[in-house]
Design a protein around this ligand. Structure first.
Ligand code: GLC
Length: 621
């Protein structure tokens, strides 16, 4: 039916109708936008060649492309920017909008003009982009217990993403982190599945809006399915060993609210369940997720994750696609970065075509995968509106968004100790001293997945406020704020605020065997204590840390997690404009020997339990 002249198509319909026959399915080109999505998707698949179908299932990192013409040549369905894959031109919102449009253009030069989806890890704001609003990471959002806030955050993050053209974020992490030694604990809302499910669904609603057709709706991606946070020892990409009932109770349960919220994509986990890699797990990916729970979106792999399957690349492809994977994320290119690695997108396309032609991957599986992908693209209105709406560029980092992030910071803070009503501090104090490696460091406030994959200390972006800057902006005119990195110049101060931070990390690079405060950081606390002034310890961390002696050295202790760019959210609470309301979403262990320790354990005696959090007796101006 390809390219039938319009008249012929009308004739076929008329003939069909007049003879009482069911109208033949119109060829895709002649179905108008707004036709029932499933029919349009099915009609389009019927038009497609095998090469075009396989191209839709292929997602390539922008830096791995030999050139952008490859998008046309291989009919690529998606391009991804990994945590550090930024536009060559620069990292402003406008650079991203140009970058997005430059990758969409070649997709529309293909025979069927199927637009590509561009995916990024906007996990706590549009965190690749300079000047974007950076929110608290999920561990802080979990402490807010505020789904309405998280949904509002999702809405704001979506507007900032849409401003750059990008269509898709690999968020929310619907992660139940059960062992704080894991470097991805901060990407988890909580150790408790119901809270994870509630906040994950809220984030999906915020990102995707009631309809993905909204011009600022962004495709969400619940991740990483299944059991990523349950690996033995908290080892990243490790093995989650448990019986199926517990796996369903702890790790599957939080996905169900996200599916009910209409999440359009789900990313598969690197990890294994009882020794079997999730990327090859047909029972969980297809039987449980797609059939038992009716997930109608599409499954995307993690970064080069199918390479971890046993066997060679070609068998990895067969195993993962037959297990139910619909789109494969491939960061390796023929001449791109990381260069020189095997298992490139060209090999993927070649091998998958051979596998289908050899009958090792059924064409029906390919068609199912492509229909899932196309349904999402059609729902998003991508065919009708494939390019960036640049009228949205002013959304990135706008004051109203930063105010919401500031509120999220406030609500995320958990007051663990407050002896002698040390907090709130008085704005009319004579002198306050800030100390510690996190006192004046935006990069440490934001943590990993900020501007670069791993994040880094220092001034990583524009528009943020460090804690020191926030104090200077908040106290009265007669209050002197000084910064003494090691707290050695604190004598005589009204109080010393010691901000101790983990250095930024992401994924397995954050796996730790020891979560005790480094000796150098304890020394700062000892100096502060020796000054004789009240000591407030603020922790900037991706997880509970082992406090030990630190708890006795501080008069007040606040868990601030990884709050992001809006440091004023901390001073709003520390200086008493708002009382702390945060509640722990992770049990706080006494020692490494206690880890893993999770609410509901048979023996449960953490330093601070799940749900713990103090507030102020009264707010003192
Ligand atoms: C990473 C992470 C995943 C992320 C993906 C793309 O390895 O596991 O969370 O979405 O690659 O950056």
């Amino acid at each position: 039916m390809k390219y039938l002249p319009l008249l012929a198509v009308v004739a076929i319909f008329a003939l069909g109708r007049s003879n009482g026959l069911a109208a033949a399915e119109a060829p895709y080109q002649f179905m108008t936008p707004g036709s029932e999505i499933d029919r349009r998707a099915a009609a389009l698949v019927r038009e497609m060649t095998l090469a075009e179908k396989i191209g839709q299932m292929t997602q390539v990192d922008c830096n791995a492309l030999l050139n952008r013409e490859e998008i046309t040549k291989y009919f690529l369905g998606s391009v991804v920017s990994g945590g550090s894959s930024d536009p060559q031109a620069g990292n402003t919102a406008r650079d991203w909008a140009d970058h997005y449009d430059a990758h969409q253009q070649p997709a529309l030069l293909t025979r069927l003009k199927i637009p590509m989806l561009y995916g990024v890890d906007a996990v706590h704001g549009h965190n690749n982009v300079i000047g974007a609003t950076i929110f608290p990471h999920n561990i802080g959002l979990g402490a807010t217990r505020d789904p309405a806030l998280v949904e509002a955050m999702g809405r704001v993050v979506a507007r900032e993403i849409a401003a750059t053209g990008v269509d898709w974020t690999f968020a929310p992490g619907v992660i139940v982190a059960r062992d704080e030694r894991w470097g991805r604990t901060y990407e988890s809302f909580a150790e408790e599945p119901a809270l994870v499910g509630e906040l994950g669904a809220a984030f999906v609603r915020g990102l995707q809006m009631p309809s993905l057709a909204d011009p600022t709706a962004i495709l969400a991606c619940a991740k990483h399915f299944l059991g990523d946070g349950g690996t033995t020892g908290g080892v990243d990409q490790g093995d989650t060993r448990m019986e199926e009932p517990e796996l369903r109770r702890v790790f599957l349960a939080p996905y169900l609210p996200a599916i009910r919220a209409g999440v359009g994509s789900i990313m598969v986990s690197y990890s294994s369940w009882n020794g079997l890699k999730m990327h090859g797990h047909r029972y969980l990916l297809t039987d449980v997720l797609k059939h038992e729970h009716g997930f109608r979106g599409f499954l995307v792999s993690d970064w080069a994750a199918i390479d971890q399957l046993p066997g060679d690349f070609k068998s990895d492809i067969a195993t993962s696609i037959n297990a139910g994977l619909d789109m494969v994320m491939i960061p390796n290119g023929p001449h791109g970065k990381p260069s020189g690695k095997p298992n490139t997108y060209v090999e993927f396309i070649t091998y998958l075509k051979e596998l289908v032609q050899a009958g090792r991957v059924p064409l029906a599986r390919i068609d199912d995968a492509v229909e899932r992908i196309l349904r999402v693209k059609l729902e998003m209105g991508l065919f009708e509106h494939p390019f960036t709406d640049r009228s949205l560029l002013s959304e990135v980092g706008r004051p109203a968004h930063r105010e919401l992030a500031r509120r999220a910071v406030r609500e995320s803070l958990v007051l663990l100790k407050n002896e002698n009503r040390t907090l709130p501090l008085a704005k009319t104090a004579h002198r306050l001293v800030l100390a510690g490696n996190g006192a004046d460091d935006l990069g440490r406030q934001c943590g990993g997945w900020t501007i670069s994959w791993q994040g880094k200390p220092g001034k990583v972006t524009e528009g943020g406020t460090t804690i020191l800057e926030a104090f200077r902006q908040s106290v009265g005119p007669n209050c002197e704020i000084t910064c003494s990195a090691d707290a050695s110049a604190a004598k005589g101060a009204d109080a010393v605020v010691v901000v101790l931070a983990e250095d930024p990390y992401a994924e397995g690079k954050g796996d730790r065997h020891d979560l005790a405060l480094p000796p150098g950081q304890l020394a700062v606390l000892r100096n502060a204590k020796a000054s004789g002034a009240p000591v407030v310890l603020v922790l900037l961390s991706g997880r509970p840390l082992i406090l030990d002696a630190a708890l006795g050295l501080a008069d007040a202790v606040v868990a601030a997690w990884l709050p992001g760019t809006e440091g004023r959210g901390l001073t709003d609470v520390l200086l008493g404009d708002h009382a702390p309301t945060g509640k722990l979403s992770f049990s706080w262990p006494r020692s490494m020997a206690q880890i893993p320790v999770n609410v509901g354990d048979a023996t449960y005696d953490p330093l601070f339990p799940f749900g713990f959090g103090l507030t102020y007796g009264q707010i003192r101006k």
